[in-house]
Write a protein that binds this ligand. Structure first.
Ligand SMILES: [Ca+2]
Length: 371
């Protein structure tokens, strides 16, 4: 059933998306959550990537490097933000001037932190430790504003958003109960039921995304981290650590990916998954990101324009033993999503072996493997 669905979805998408991919690097994204960038790094990003997700501190902390990135054409740039988490007071703020301004807001309003049933703040991560903020619809309104109201103000007035095509919102999840805390988002001393806390999270985030589009413009791109289908006005999403087990791993994530559109990104820091991530993204003419805060140069491969809808080549031995492929003018991109078995792909009577959970790229004219 899933396979049939995917064929239908891929077919529709391929007609809709006429993105003119020329080189593989046009679809390479960088995921940069560090607050600074050197000029050398900026030059490399400018030359080798199609999409940059950059921490919002960079225009302020790395003025010269950032100026190098501002060009008329490629790469597209969106700024990284994280409304759900803030570094604890113990964390040094050196090099993060904008985070420091946010901390001034939370310092006076402990009501904005997401609390547990004992009224304690919840530490989201260790090293560096971060507190969770109340991004739900039950966040207290202090002097007319919730935490996310402040956050929208902050993005509009403090971040150099006019230099970007859009925003990447980290932790734009569809649920939060899995974190396992006895959350008390509505501050009544009673642990919030799973369905309630998740619904309140979704309500809070939807209000936030809508407000952002109103304030920064309807054409301002909004990409969320993770690959869920929630939040009207979202233009794309990222699957971090793809395939990560959410949304039924490869299949479900790819179904959501095609529904969310070509601003979506598949990301991994696992080098054994690089070929899978690159080729899976190229099935849908979308973006891929290799690593985090790393410049891992994408392979230099000419693709040309996408030609046909994504297709499936079934192997006879089993109903599920198929590979997916997408033809570009100069290359054929092939994916074997099976995590257990290698698969064969036949192209112009030549047989190609594809390892489990990986992909290959073949030069159309010669049949030579390029990846
Ligand atoms: Ca409660």
């Amino acid at each position: 059933m899933k396979n049939v669905l995917l064929v239908l979805l891929f077919s529709v998408l391929s007609v809709l998306d006429a993105t003119a991919v020329q080189k593989l690097e046009d679809k390479a994204a960088v995921y940069w959550t560090q607050p600074s960038l050197t000029e050398q790094q900026a030059e490399s990003l400018k030359a080798n990537y199609g999409l940059l997700i950059l921490d919002y501190e960079i225009p302020e902390t790395s003025v010269t490097a950032f100026a190098l990135l501002k060009t008329e054409s490629r790469p597209s740039m969106v700024f990284y933000c994280n409304p759900m988490e803030i570094f604890t007071e113990e964390q040094p703020y050196h090099g993060r001037p904008l985070q420091s301004k946010l901390q001034q807001i939370t310092r006076g309003h402990s009501e904005y932190f997401l609390q547990d049933t004992l009224g304690e703040r919840i530490v989201s991560w260790q090293e560096p430790a971060m507190w969770l903020l109340n991004v739900t619809s039950k966040c207290p309104v202090i002097e007319g504003k919730t935490w996310l109201d402040h956050y929208v103000d902050f993005l509009e007035t403090e971040v150099a958003w006019q230099s970007f095509a859009g925003v990447f919102i980290d932790n734009l999840w569809d649920d939060i109960d899995w974190k396992g805390f006895p959350f008390d988002a509505n501050n009544d001393g009673i642990a919030d039921p799973k369905d309630s806390i998740n619904t309140w999270l979704q309500e809070g985030y939807q209000t936030f995304v809508t407000a952002l589009k109103q304030r920064l413009g309807t054409s301002f791109i909004v990409i969320g981290n993770e690959m869920n289908l929630l939040y009207d006005d979202k233009d794309g999403a990222m699957s971090e650590g793809f395939p990560n087990g959410f949304f039924d791993s490869w299949w479900g994530t790819m179904e959501n990916y095609q529904k969310l559109g070509s601003w979506s990104v598949l990301q991994t820091t696992d080098s054994t998954k690089f070929s899978l991530v690159m080729t899976s993204a190229l099935l849908l003419d979308g973006y891929f990101a290799l690593g985090q805060n790393q410049i891992i140069l994408p392979p230099d491969i000419e693709l040309g324009k996408p030609l046909h809808p994504v297709r499936r080549q079934a192997n006879k031995s089993s109903a599920f033993s198929e590979v997916w492929y997408h033809q570009y003018k100069k290359a054929v991109v092939v994916v074997n999503p099976s995590s257990k078995n290698s698969r064969k792909f036949i192209y112009r009577k030549k047989e190609y072996e594809i390892a489990p959970a990986s992909g290959i790229i073949i030069e159309r004219k010669t049949g030579r493997r390029l990846l």
